[in-house]
Ligand binder design. Sequence first.
Ligand SMILES: [Zn+2]
Length: 96
Amino acid sequence: MSRPDIDPELRAFFQCHLAARDGRRCFYCRRNFKKRPMRRKTLDHYVPHWIWPGWDVDNLVLACERCNLAKGAALPWPLVWLLLATFRPENWELTA
Ligand SMILES: [Zn+2]
């Protein structure tokens, strides 16, 4: 799936909003963007765009390019663990 595109002004607005909400650092590796100006910040869909399409700020985090590329379109492990803990197979009901 191709990377979704966004208007540059909206991208800047989201980056300011997320920096105020989460701090001016990468959500995954926690490295500060201020101290490392060469490290480019990106907008990352925490829940991958193919599952949660659109640009809902509740699903966006700031990430450095390296972490964003490493994560790709995969589900983050904390979310996988939460889903596995919540939806345990022994609680599944089979219907005919
Ligand atoms: Zn990072």
